[in-house]
Design a protein around this ligand. Structure first.
Ligand code: UFG
Length: 331
């Protein structure tokens, strides 16, 4: 006999990570009890402040079942994953093991413990090279790096598990998560840091000598890659909107989380110079393998169906919040 789930309890895999910790904060503010499940390989125990931390591996089905039986969550929000598109080209099997095999163990544990719903952290990288200026959820799925391929495989597993086992799955395809919630004492802290905005801010802080532009010969207006940057709190909020949406058993929904506005690597550097007041010397490096020239969301479906508004995602606010966080953390 499986006990009924507690409607206010949510298991958050990767809850000690960047997106996970900001989501736990908003879950707690929204009346939920977030249980962070994390092996702390890349996450931080200091980022778990809004509920208990249960240490465990994603691939450890026994441990997952133990935690699910202890807390009886009504949903899992699944962030735990390897996340660097560039690294995935060099170490693809790491991505298939952590992201695909890990998620399989999680979905099996959910089936066995009758956890009815999952919100899954997918990515714009499932689309590959854009065939249209804005990417809608209907764009063909043709990832050009193993990271995107691994996330697409999990989407497929969820689709099949929903049909066969009645699971409800909210798939959220993120564009570029950035910014921080410095007032809550959390922000981006990856080791090594590969993401553009923190790397540029490290130069402003004097931690690095110069910033790198990975490719200035792309078919974009200024030759550098264009991305859709979304504030971490806007992104986190969309998970609550997804969780609250009534959906019948066995249904899948897919939403892009982006703003619909793209900015180039050079534009990011320009705004970072203005906000930090520091010169940011730059050197042009070769293209990074696995990078599409442009990834910009068509967010219309999320705006309409999730009743969600990204209100904090201006480039100025994003970079100012990231700057405030990095000054506290590394300044
Ligand atoms: N870049 C530089 N210099 C740097 C770092 C990055 O020029 O020092 C460039 C990259 O080549 C890319 C852009 O800046 O063109 C953004 O790179 P990031 O590493 O910040 O982000 P990605 O777009 O590669 O990937 C991020 C997340 C993924 C997610 C993806 C979705 O890391 O998890 O956004 O768009 F899937």
């Amino acid at each position: 006999m499986v006990e009924a789930p507690d409607p206010h309890t949510v298991l958050v895999t990767g809850g000690a990570g960047y997106i996970g910790s900001h989501t736990c904060r908003l879950l707690a503010a929204g009346g939920f009890r977030p249980i962070a499940y994390d092996n702390l390989s890349t996450g931080h125990d200091w980022a778990v402040k809004w509920g208990p931390l249960e240490r465990g591996e994603l691939a450890d089905g026994t441990r997952l079942r133990e935690v699910m039986r202890k807390y009886r969550p009504a949903a899992v929000i699944h962030f735990a994953a390897s996340i660097a598109a560039g690294e995935s080209v060099i170490e693809p099997l790491k991505y298939y093991r952590n992201n695909v095999a890990g998620s399989l163990a999680l979905i099996e544990a959910m089936r066995d413990c009758a956890v009815p719903r999952i919100v899954f952290s997918s990515t714009a990288a499932v689309y590959g090279n854009p065939q249209t200026r804005l990417l809608s959820e209907a764009h063909p799925l043709a990832p050009i790096n193993p990271y995107g391929a691994s996330k697409l495989m999990v989407e497929t597993m969820l689709r099949d598990a929903a049909a066969a086992h009645g699971l409800i799955a909210n798939i959220l395809r993120y564009f570029n998560a950035s910014g921080a919630d410095p007032d809550a004492g959390i922000g981006e802290d990856h080791e090594p840091e590969t993401h553009l905005i923190p790397r540029v801010l490290f130069v402003a802080l004097g931690k690095e000598r110069e910033a790198s532009i990975f490719g200035a010969d792309y078919p974009t207006p200024d030759g550098t890659c264009v991305r859709d940057y979304i504030h971490i709190l806007d992104l986190a909020e969309a998970h609550l909107c997804a969780l609250k949406r009534e959906l019948p058993k066995g249904s899948i929904s897919v939403h892009n989380l982006g703003t619909g506005h793209g900015y180039s690597v050079k534009q990011i550097m320009e705004v970072a110079r203005r906000i930090t007041g520091h010169p940011i010397p730059v050197s042009i490096k070769p293209r990074r393998p696995g990078d599409p020239p442009e990834l910009v969301a068509d967010p219309a479906l999320a705006l309409q169906e999730l009743n969600w508004r990204p209100t904090r995602s201006s480039l100025e606010r994003l970079i100012a919040d990231a700057w405030a966080w990095h000054k506290t953390r590394h300044g």
